[in-house]
Design a protein around this ligand. Structure first.
Ligand code: PMV
Length: 328
């Protein structure tokens, strides 16, 4: 009753920010992402009859009661589906900073959905895994798949159509995504709280939801025609729009630090000088830069020179979540 699975984080090119149903974790907007190679979460789930409660370790350290409770609620869903009653020991390892806007919840819950369901004897197909992962974290639904992925907003009340689908495989387009780490501190306001706060208090929230449909259509077209500048322009626009709506909440949500802003300015300057690079930022201070393979080395060196940038990770498009080990 043990299984180990790995999943990669993803970075949204058209972002999910807002829920239409809190309990089922249904998004208010669709989203499109790329799954990242190189970064990963490996999770092992072991259901054991002698355990009195679920236990969670993240990077070999016992997790906080809040983190354990969130994972335990997720395991309850797997227990409901499978009929299994046992509690589990969960070990999760990330090879990148946790909780600082690098989508660790996406790879965490995608790997947990796969390892947990297999350990409980379930054999879910990728769409079912995506639906399950979504209940842990919205962006995790996308990390079940590699390459370019779209999360459907869905219409059904039970959420069964709010799942991700693969748009194109990771080998479809050779791109690079650089990640400028500007802080390794955990963020203070998580995405769920941030989204709720934005929906409640921003005067622009409704417009954000309405206009995301157009961004999704244009992003799909950019991907299917391999139009890099269009992809980058929409991604940057959508990112700034998401942050603008978050900043217009009361009190404002501001996920950037001054280094985040410096990197954004440098990317815009480099673009004016002819290097095609675009940035996107999630609910944290790290900046992800989209570029073509031939520009990655130069850009990586240039970004590392910016004051406050601690590290630059170079990634490309990653694979589907996969099972590493499965013991009955
Ligand atoms: O999956 P969550 O609940 O952590 O929300 C993710 C929100 C963003 O990362 C900001 C955007 C996205 O689509 O990934």
């Amino acid at each position: 009753m043990k299984a180990i699975a790995e999943a990669h984080p993803n970075i949204a090119l058209v972002k999910y920010w807002g829920k239409r149903d809190q309990k089922l974790n249904l998004p208010a907007v669709g989203s499109i992402s790329v799954t990242l190679d190189g970064l990963k979460t490996v999770s092992s789930v072991h259901f054991q009859p002698e355990l009195k409660e679920d236990r969670l370790w993240i990077n070999d350290k016992e997790a906080s009661p809040q983190q354990t409770e969130r994972v335990s609620r997720f395991l309850d869903l797997i227990r409901q589906k499978s009929g299994i009653k046992y509690r589990a020991e969960v070990q999760s390892h990330n090879n990148f900073p946790t909780g600082a806007g690098l989508a660790s919840s996406a790879s965490a819950f995608a790997s947990l959905a796969l390892a947990g369901s297999r350990a409980a004897g379930l054999n879910l197909n990728p769409s079912q895994l995506s639906e399950l992962a979504r209940l842990g974290s919205g962006s995790a639904a996308r990390s079940i798949f590699g390459g370019f992925v779209e999360m459907k907003v869905g219409e059904k009340e039970d959420g069964s159509d709010a799942i991700a689908i693969k748009l194109e495989d990771k080998n479809y387009w050779n791109l690079r995504i650089l990640i400028a780490i500007t802080s390794e501190e955990e963020k203070k306001i998580g995405s769920t709280a941030g989204m709720q706060h934005t929906a409640k208090s921003s005067p622009f929230y409704h417009q954000w939801v309405l206009s995301s449909q157009l961004d999704l259509d244009m992003m799909r077209r950019a991907i299917f025609s391999r139009n890099f500048s269009q992809l980058g322009e929409i991604a940057e626009h959508n990112c700034l729009k998401m942050h603008a709506v978050a900043m217009s909440a009361k009190p404002a949500l501001l996920y950037w630090n001054h280094t985040t802003l410096s990197v954004m300015h440098v990317i815009r300057q480099l673009r004016e000088q002819g290097t095609l690079a675009y940035f996107t930022i999630d609910a944290g201070p790290q900046v992800k830069i989209l570029c073509r393979p031939g520009d990655a080395e130069y850009l990586g060196k240039r970004i590392l020179q910016i004051e406050g940038v601690q590290k630059v990770l170079v990634t490309s498009l990653g694979s589907d979540a996969r099972l590493i080990e499965d013991e009955p």
